[in-house]
Write a protein that binds this ligand. Structure first.
Ligand SMILES: Nc1ncnc2c1ncn2[C@@H]1O[C@H](COP(=O)(O)OP(=O)(O)OP(=O)(O)O)[C@@H](O)[C@H]1O
Length: 455
């Protein structure tokens, strides 16, 4: 739905003279409908009733500051452009605001009203879908009851939303790739919840978490007496998920012999429980996930190619959080509000240096790590403001790894890189070796030679 009425602009400015100057100047465009507010609260009160197309805010207001007001506006209007106008040039604040998603940051001087005029024209040129984005029924914002909300507004996550919608409308298998904590299970659940299988079970299995000797019976079930300890019949996860969705996480960890069995089950759409002979018909949608590149696993001979093509279906790649910085503060505020609500606390605001610290961080644990950091910060803070010291990061900001030549040998650089990865990935040697495309034994040898130690 596209709006054809006036272009509504909210000006939040407590200085009456400057506010009127801006209002008068912008009113020279007859398309604009202007509303001025002297406090952040007054602006917020009007947002729901009369949503604006654009908001300009003065950084210093009697009841709040630009960063806090912007955060509260974003919660209500995730896409509306906001321009901050400040008395002073403060580079750190400006960078933090821009990274948090503010459209522009102007310092008050003689040119401001013209800069603003041009900025609004540019925004309007590139904003044909504003009302469609905000007013179209958002399948992920107001989904089925109990459906987890996927928060994000970056282009990358919007692509993921579109793919979830496409997957949900059909029965296609889906393969999700992404680093740990990027939301692979959340996406799998969303596909299930938006599909017409939503009244049937969603069953999630992590292949890496089941002891090798139990995997087959866990997946396919067993009959009484099938092996020592099989004292009664057990229904496997495939059967549990019948008519619904089965999510197989860490699929790359699946044993080659089990890969063959899985392929057979998928081809024949039926299974036989371990130790049994009865054929059980299957109607499931399979969603698989891996933090490894499955195609690379195929190339290395660790994953069956024919199974790979069966499972691939619709591939969805979830980008790491550091590659979608627009989502960081949206998620941070969401987790903060959730945590504070659960614990009956008033949510503190993020101070600009804390925002900057979050935006500079590499998030090896992605969204899961962000949530833990924010919850810890809520507890650590003074209850009003979350400062940078309340954010206790466990690894370095991405920019701290220096591989600039400073006289070290190639081997020393290599050790530095491996050390930083071990720290980032919690000493998971297998994962680090896979990430850096080197053998595990290279790392183990370095540890043996005391060139490297686990931290
Ligand atoms: N976009 C998002 N919006 C809201 N919450 C999210 C988002 N992405 C991830 N989360 C939350 O982060 C946590 C980790 O997500 P999830 O378990 O889906 O990740 P994963 O990629 O499957 O992780 P792993 O590979 O370690 O199993 C969950 O609590 C999930 O709800």
């Amino acid at each position: 739905m596209k709006e054809s009425g006036p272009y509504r602009i909210f000006i939040v400015e407590d200085d009456p003279w400057y506010g009127e100057v801006l209002k008068y100047h912008l009113s020279l465009n007859p398309d604009y409908e202007l509303h001025r507010f002297v406090t952040g609260e007054a602006c917020l009160n009007q947002i729901a009733e009369n949503p604006p197309h654009l908001i300009t805010i003065d950084y210093s207001l009697p009841d709040t500051d630009g960063a806090q007001l912007f955060a509260r506006i974003r919660e209500r209007l995730p896409n509306t452009p906001v321009i901050v106008i400040s008395e002073q040039q403060d580079v750190e604040t400006a960078v933090a605001l821009l990274q948090a998603g503010v459209h522009d940051y102007f310092v008050k001087d003689d040119r401001t009203k013209d800069l603003l005029w041009n900025a609004i024209l540019k925004i309007r040129e590139g904003q044909p879908v504003l009302s469609e984005v905000e007013m179209a029924p958002d399948p992920l914002g107001s989904g089925p009851v109990g459906c987890p909300l996927i928060i994000g507004n970056s282009p990358a996550i919007r692509k993921v939303f579109a793919l979830i919608g496409k997957a949900a409308r059909t029965n296609i298998n889906v393969s999700i790739t992404g680093e740990t904590g990027t939301g692979k299970e959340l996406v799998a659940r969303a596909i299930h919840d938006y599909s017409d299988r939503d009244k049937r079970p969603f069953v999630a299995v992590n292949m890496a978490a089941i002891p090798r000797e139990l995997v087959e019976s866990e997946l396919f079930g067993h009959e009484k007496g099938a092996f020592t300890g099989a004292v009664s019949r057990k229904i496997g996860r495939f059967e549990e998920a019948n008519k619904g969705t089965l999510f197989l996480d860490e699929i790359a960890e699946m044993d080659p012999s089990l890969q063959s069995k899985l392929l057979r089950v998928l081809q024949e759409r039926e299974l036989v429980r371990v130790g049994g002979s009865e054929r059980v018909g299957l109607d499931i949608r399979l969603v698989v996930a891996s933090h490894k590149n499955l195609l690379e696993e195929v190339r290395q001979g660790r994953f069956r190619e024919d199974l790979y093509y069966r499972l691939m279906g619709l591939p969805i790649a979830l980008p790491p959080l550091r590659d979608r910085p627009e989502d960081i503060m949206l998620l941070a505020r969401h987790f903060l509000d959730d945590f504070c609500h659960e614990n009956r606390m008033t949510p503190p605001a993020f101070a600009p240096p804390a925002t900057a610290k979050l935006l500079r961080y590499g998030f090896p644990g992605n969204v899961r790590e962000l949530r833990a950091l924010v919850q810890m910060a809520a507890v650590m803070s003074d209850g009003q403001i979350i400062g940078p010291d309340d954010l206790l990061m466990t690894s370095h900001p991405v920019s701290q790894l220096s591989v600039e030549p400073e006289g070290g040998t190639l081997r020393q650089y290599m050790i530095q890189i491996i050390r930083s990865h071990l720290k980032r990935y919690d000493n998971n040697v297998v994962l680090v070796a896979a990430k850096l495309d080197i053998g595990k034994s290279t790392i183990y040898k370095m540890i043996q030679n005391n060139e490297l130690s686990l931290i």
